[in-house]
Design a protein around this ligand. Structure first.
Ligand code: FBP
Length: 546
């Protein structure tokens, strides 16, 4: 593979490891744990993996002998910067423990385990991918690993390759499934361990034990760079309002972090919209109000950040989507011709939802009926909320103009930043964090753990003070309704309106709305002073009180 000068220099970067993972390592176990909710039910569902202690890895004077072992690794779900470094950390630690150990990569996600598609990872392959973005070393996929026949099929290849443990790198759904798999293999005494690893650019897999999911740092910094560039363009030409949709299927962490970094005129936070029971018209009126206020000061330009998942957080839209989900799942729906679909849907919806459906631009209404992903989620990345909002703002401003309430000009540009950031070369934070997560996963396996997720804490401090360990996955679970059934799931972390990052944003947003307070963060720096290269996100700093 041909490489740029930066890639060559970056390949030589040696990720920093926490002190507890560098030399000889010993394990420190805490007290038994409980799930965050529904303890009795979760305990019943996970009798073999419930209640295990939190563990930390600490430096030790004793050199440990490690039994030989082979491990399988799977990348699950959306790409996130740093995935390759998890694999590199795991590989290096495995080889350090015993040069004969092997690492197998299952191809294109969990489906690779079920269908027995894999490669053996070698020095040559691993060296090609050190500190690189993307998941292209082994690929990723969204196959849901939840059926017993999938677990049994996986077991066949696990036995064939002499695999002791599977490491699943994924978001909340994938790690929930990793725990179900761990429990299944434990319940059948198969002697196969399963370890998870917290990944998603969305930043919504975090809690008391997990400070952040990997990829969030790099993705936000990549988007913030481009938002900053757009803001500078807007402030130079002074003629456009830029409507920028940002990835993050449910939670608005990415939009919030980018707002903290760039200080745009408007940033909508879905969780606030839901909490305040706002309608689409309330959001449009708010944005139009900011546009009008700035226009009154002669500023016919600005930026609006919109979280990708917004549509599902507007209570009236949520009710519409819930009814659409049920309607589209009926056998009758499959027989409706595409050209008839809109009329059929309108005839079946309740009066309230039909009125909302009809009021939406046809393109957006159609996007709401498109195929769900394997986890039953609406594919919000395909819904053009940025255009919907700017069109509605334009109509409102036109009405205000007629009433003499708006005197400026309004011209909009649209952007969607999502895929641009998911495979960026990991920042130093993500490169280090991921390498430590992979190393920690290898230690969890070597110490016989199953049903754990690898974790690294204290990451606002310099890397050698980070603390690596593992958290039992059941500890993060509660029962939630999914596809009409109560299921044990890892609790998703949405933006907390009483949390420090949102409070910081709320304290400044009025000033940012009216004035031009743009910040231009610039590109991620890989080499240079630590205050430029090694900083974590503002979200994490604020959450940790730093
Ligand atoms: P994961 O949670 O699986 O990491 O993926 C998150 C995400 O990047 C969302 O932000 C986005 O809505 C979705 O994936 C897009 O999915 P796809 O890659 O299938 O288009």
């Amino acid at each position: 593979m041909e490489k740029s000068a930066l890639q060559i220099a970056r390949a030589a970067y040696q990720p920093k490891l926490p002190a507890g993972l560098r030399g000889n390592v010993s394990i420190k176990e805490g007290a038994p744990t409980q799930s965050v909710g529904d303890q009795e039910e979760i305990k019943k569902l996970f009798p073999n993996t419930y209640g295990m202690p939190l563990v930390d890895f600490v430096p030790s004077d004793e050199k440990k002998e490690y039994a030989p072992m082979n491990i399988g690794i799977i990348l699950s779900g959306g790409q996130a910067p740093g995935g390759h470094n998890v694999i590199c950390g795991l590989y290096d630690e495995l080889k350090k423990q015993n040069a004969g150990n092997k690492l197998y990569g299952f191809l294109m996600g969990p489906g690779g385990l079920v269908d027995h598609k894999y490669i053996e990872l070698t020095d040559e392959l691993i060296d090609e991918y050190r500190n690189t973005g993307g998941f292209d070393l082994i690929g990723s996929g969204r196959t849901k690993l939840e059926e017993e026949d999938q677990f049994e099929s996986g077991l066949k290849i696990i036995r064939e390759l002499g695999i002791k443990a599977i490491v699943i790198i994924g978001g909340d759904d994938s790690n929930t499934n990793a725990c179900v798999l761990a429990e299944y293999y434990a319940a059948h005494n198969y002697g196969v361990q399963v370890i998870g690893c917290p990944k998603t650019i969305d930043g919504d897999l975090k809690n008391e034990q997990i400070e952040t999911s990997f990829g969030f740092d790099t993705a936000c910094k990549t988007y913030a760079e481009v938002i900053g560039n757009i803001q500078r363009d807007a402030n130079s030409a002074r003629k456009y309002w830029h409507f920028i949709k940002l990835m993050g299927r449910s939670a608005s962490h990415i939009a919030l972090e980018c707002a903290l970094q760039c200080q745009p005129n408007v940033c909508i936070i879905s969780e606030e919209v839901e909490e305040k029971n706002m309608t689409l018209d309330d959001i449009v009126t708010y944005i139009a109000g900011v546009v009008a206020k700035r226009a009154a000061n002669g500023n016919n330009f600005g930026t609006v950040l919109i979280p990708e998942g917004l549509i599902e957080f507007i209570p009236a839209m949520k009710r519409l989507i819930a009814e659409l989900n049920d309607l589209l799942a009926t056998p009758e729906a499959a027989n409706v011709a595409v050209s008839e679909q809109r009329a059929w849907i309108l005839s079946k919806l309740s009066a309230e939802n039909a009125a909302i459906y009809e009021s939406l631009p046809e393109g957006v209404a159609k996007q709401l009926t498109m195929e769900r992903d394997p986890h039953g989620n609406v594919q919000v990345s395909l819904i053009e909320t940025e255009k919907l909002l700017s069109e509605m703002v334009a109509s409102k401003l036109a009405a205000w103009k007629a009433e003499g309430k708006f005197v400026g000009k309004f011209a909009a540009q649209h952007h969607f930043f999502g895929y641009e950031g998911r495979c960026a070369a990991p920042s130093n934070y993500d490169a280090d964090y991921c390498y430590a997560l992979g190393t920690s996963a290898a230690q969890l396996v070597a110490n016989g753990k199953t049903g754990y997720m690898a974790i690294v804490r204290n990451t606002t401090a310099p890397a050698d003070q980070w603390v690596a360990g593992g958290v039992p996955i059941t500890m993060m679970m509660n029962m939630e309704r999914r596809n009409g059934k109560m299921k044990p799931v890892i609790k998703k972390a949405l933006v907390r309106l009483d949390g420090a990052p949102f409070k910081e944003f709320a304290a400044h947003r009025e000033e940012w709305a009216e004035n031009t307070c743009f910040v231009y963060p610039g590109p991620i720096q890989y080499f240079g002073p630590t205050e430029v290269c090694d900083q974590c996100t503002m979200t994490l700093k604020l959450e940790q009180g730093k």
